[in-house]
Design a protein around this ligand. Structure first.
Ligand code: PSV
Ligand code: MN
Ligand code: MN
Length: 388
């Protein structure tokens, strides 16, 4: 049996990047509900994200979304974040809200539209130089709604061409991560629908291009941990967008809908070296808190990832391998389930305290008065996104 004390030191290096947009108001296409105290500026989003790191010790970076987080001076934004104990992380591009991209962005059949989308990414790379960000994350809404509407094959060629122009503009230490999603907003075909398509493109681009796996972007029933295992095997898993879903791209709190799935994913991450000290895999959240309080929602999320990482680390891998090699079907399954069913919460609380963190980060944040203060200070907070 592996004990908590055997794995505690491995928890030290856990770092989960928070999405700036999780702190803004969001909703569905039916209604965006406002939450009192919602940030009005990128600085206020970063300040809220810093609270999550302050109480959990788990979230040292904040991912930006351009143009939602557009500011005049990104170096100043970086210093502002650093003063609050966090850094700026992945830069997310946005080619899904302009009229110009109605029929596609990087895949558009119109050269001027493609160039506009490419230029936006070049601007993101310029911002990355100022923020010190390593990753440019590309998620495209490109696709079609009706069979025959577009040439699905030539769009792949255009995409490859556009991506290669963007990739060539990256700095030496910068990476491109390409996110896939099986549908929405396009309903017939999506230009980067699955890990295979993303893998084909990033492999053609080069060593600094990777796949981004958003846990909410698969058809129901998809074995996501298998995709994780495969991408790690191929050396092309660049990052995770964690969230959970019951139906589609729900963007709910990670580990809320299916804790067992999160465990299985994290076990494959650990098993495949994705949690190793030198791992290239970035852990991020991509969530929206439509009806719950946002800072507490993000705290719950990082704690869920930490709890499941601890359980994944607790799997007795030597015993598992032995059982697998002996074709001991239920024995092997039992070893995995033993770790999953281990309640690590008391051990984690004690471990946090031993490191000067609150045993219960959510309770400590609630007692701090920060939420009441921002409710009093901020009026008319910003909307995060269109709600996807
Ligand atoms: C849209 O599905 C999406 O949720 C993608 O997952 C992106 O990562 C995110 O928006 C931000 O652009
Ligand atoms: Mn995502
Ligand atoms: Mn999504």
């Amino acid at each position: 049996m592996v004990q908590f004390s055997d794995i505690a030191s491995e928890l030290e290096r856990q770092a989960i990047e928070l999405p700036s947009w999780a702190f803004g108001n969001s909703g569905t296409r039916f209604k965006v509900f406002g939450t009192p105290g919602t940030p009005r500026t990128p600085e206020e989003k970063i300040a809220d994200a810093a609270q999550v790191n302050k109480y959990s010790g788990l979230a040292p970076k904040v991912a930006l979304h351009i143009p939602w987080d557009k500011v005049d001076d990104y170096s100043a934004l970086r210093s502002y974040a650093n003063d609050l104990g966090v850094d700026l992380g992945t830069v997310n591009s946005n080619t899904f809200q302009d009229e110009a991209y109605k029929f596609g962005s990087l895949t558009s059949s119109d050269a001027a539209t493609r160039q506009k989308a490419i230029d936006h990414h070049l601007e993101c790379i310029e911002i990355m130089h100022q923020t010190g960000s390593h990753d440019l994350k590309i998620w495209l809404a490109d696709g079609t709604n009706y069979p025959g509407q577009g040439d699905i094959r030539s769009r792949q060629d255009l995409l490859a061409e556009s991506l290669s122009t963007i990739y060539d503009a990256l700095g030496e230490s910068q990476r491109l991560v390409l996110e896939y999603k099986f549908f929405e907003p396009a309903f017939y075909h999506t230009d980067v629908p699955d890990w295979g398509t993303s893998y084909a493109h990033v492999s053609a681009l080069g060593d600094r291009a990777f796949v981004c796996l958003d846990t909410g972007h698969h058809a129901p029933g998809t074995n996501i941990e298998f995709i994780v295992a495969q991408l790690l095997r191929l050396g092309k898993l660049g990052s995770f967008d964690f969230n959970s879903r019951f139906y589609a791209d729900d963007d709910l709190i990670v580990g809320a809908a299916d804790p067992f799935q999160l465990f299985r994913i994290l076990f494959e991450v650990v098993r495949g070296g994705g949690y190793a000290v030198d791992s290239p895999v970035a852990f991020m959240l991509d969530q929206c808190h439509n009806i719950e309080e946002k800072i507490v929602g993000q705290l719950r999320s990082v704690l869920n990832v930490q709890e499941m990482t601890a359980r994944a680390l607790l799997v007795d891998r030597a015993a598992l391998l032995e059982a697998q090699n002996a074709n001991d079907v239920l024995g092997a399954n039992g070893i995995l389930m033993d770790a999953f069913y281990t309640d690590v919460r008391p051990s984690l609380a004690a471990w946090r305290e031993s490191r000067g963190l609150p045993a219960d980060p959510i309770a400590a944040f609630k007692a701090s008065g920060y939420q009441e203060q921002i409710v009093a200070d901020r009026v008319g907070g910003a909307q995060a996104s269109w709600g996807a």
